[in-house]
Unconditional design. Structure first.
Ligand code: ADP
Length: 191
């Protein structure tokens, strides 16, 4: 299996690159942000709880997202691999993911980290907010809160994978196609 962690701050382009990667490598896309928004759309109890935190730009509790990922791994037993997008976002989530995959005799193949500066991120998210309908994209204060959450809680996840020699950093500015080519190069090297 090819199991990729796509890593980077909000607005780095993880969703866009995921779509390209799914097509090329026939992977299952697991975005915890999408899964949570799906719960909200369905009006579940989990969705109601998550919505409050998401609208404030805060992370939802580790147990919640780990539980969702655990279900998805179980539901997709015979696939070519997964793209983890927006997960793991804390070191506790990264450890839980390693354990979950190990229980399926699987492992993370590599991590690809997209690097984009704060000014560009804010610009991209505000632009996306114009038609994404996402409340967390509409307000500059919330956007800055999300970037701050990323810096304090999520950045250590890169070290976690670096310690496993699985960290690949790519500059996330430039054309979508150029960035995609760089990601594909990294994947070809490990395949
Ligand atoms: P972005 O990467 O653009 O911030 P996401 O769609 O990945 O957007 O996430 C939106 C929100 O959902 C986050 O701000 C957070 O509140 C919540 N969320 C998504 N994934 C996780 C996660 N792995 N752990 C905790 N909260 C998460």
């Amino acid at each position: 299996m090819l199991n990729l962690v796509l890593f980077g701050p909000p607005g780095a382009g993880k969703g866009t690159q995921s779509q390209n990667l799914i097509e090329k490598f026939q992977l299952v896309h697991l975005s915890t942000g999408d899964l949570l928004r799906n719960e909200i759309a369905n009006g579940t109890e989990l969705g109601l709880e998550a919505k409050k935190l998401m609208d404030e730009g805060k992370l939802v509790p580790d147990e919640v997202v780990i539980g969702m990922i655990s279900n998805k791994l179980r539901e997709n037993a015979n696939v070519k691999g997964f793209i983890f997008d927006g997960f793991p976002r804390t070191v506790a989530q990264a450890e839980a993911l390693d354990n979950l995959l190990a229980s399926h005799n699987q492992r993370i193949s590599t991590m690809i980290a997209l690097e984009v500066d704060d000014v560009e991120l804010e610009k991209r998210l505000l632009l996306r907010g114009k038609d994404s309908g996402r409340p967390d994209d509409a307000n500059p204060e919330i956007i800055r809160k999300r970037i701050a959450e990323y810096k304090s809680k999520t950045t250590p996840v890169a070290n976690y994978y670096q310690n496993q020699n699985k960290l690949n950093t790519i500059v996330g500015k430039g054309s979508v196609d150029d960035i995609f080519s760089k990601i594909v190069e990294i994947i070809q090297e490990i395949k």
